[in-house]
Design a binder for this molecule. Structure first.
Ligand SMILES: N[C@@H](CCC(=O)N[C@@H](CS)C(=O)NCC(=O)O)C(=O)O
Length: 219
């Protein structure tokens, strides 16, 4: 059983990468202390913070004496340590079914989504570059079709049950479909999103208002 003071997570709640970690902590039923950092909260250039993460970015997790940064690394750390048999599969072949979608999210889905979200939602209308938005939207459509093809065969990305892959890829759904931009809405992705919305940890940490970010280029 984790002591209440053992786990601390740094990062503002409106950060996409922080949301993934908070969602995972709550899925695992862990107690933790949350410290707002980054954006208007600042603190990322403090020597004490840089000593934890030399890149000066959130999220950062401290678990006892262990410090972990990079959101997907934190997800894997938490699952391996606290989620054996639930979010962590000790069989490497089965675990790779989720890992490939986590790594694809980091290298494909998430960068494309963030380019669209920043280019459209966070950029003031008069500064938006329509041609670039069109490119980003097409990239996202390609990724969402890949998700849809996978989810046509099974309810979750790695199979019959919920895994870290659903967290890594699913965190963008709330903003993607609610940012007010005309985007394709593939049926199996929408059904998956509905399944994720039934999870309390998703509703608490991800399905949050984000209008304060509209037309705001500053973190
Ligand atoms: N690849 C890193 C990206 C970390 C990152 O870019 N964090 C952003 C927030 S999403 C940040 O710290 N920005 C500076 C700030 O919030 O002030 C991860 O997944 O953890």
């Amino acid at each position: 059983m984790t002591n209440k003071n053992d786990i601390t997570i740094w990062g503002r709640r409106c950060s996409f990468n922080v949301q993934k970690v908070l969602w995972t902590l709550d899925e695992l039923g862990l107690s933790y202390r949350h410290i707002d950092a980054g954006g208007a909260f600042g603190g990322l250039d403090e020597p004490a913070f840089r000593a934890m993460n030399p890149h000066g970015l959130v999220p950062v997790l401290k678990d006892g004496e262990h410090i972990v940064w990079e959101s997907n690394t934190i997800l894997r750390y938490l699952a391996a340590r606290y989620g054996v048999g639930t979010l962590w599969d000790e069989n490497p072949a089965r675990r790779s079914l989720a890992d490939r979608w986590i790594d694809w999210s980091a290298s494909g889905l998430q960068p494309s989504f963030l380019r669209l979200f920043w280019g459209y939602y966070r950029t003031p209308a008069e500064q938006r570059v329509e041609a670039l938005l069109d490119t980003h939207r097409k990239e996202c459509s390609k990724h969402f079709r890949a998700l849809d093809a996978q989810l046509e065969q099974q309810p979750y990305l790695a199979g019959e049950s919920f895994t870290l892959a659903d967290i890594a890829a699913g965190t963008c759904l709330h903003r993607y479909f609610n940012m007010g931009l005309e985007v394709e809405r593939p049926a199996h992705v929408l059904a998956w999103w509905a399944r994720l919305q039934q999870r309390e940890a998703f509703r608490k940490n991800v399905a949050l208002p984000f209008d304060a970010l509209f037309s705001r280029l500053a973190y």
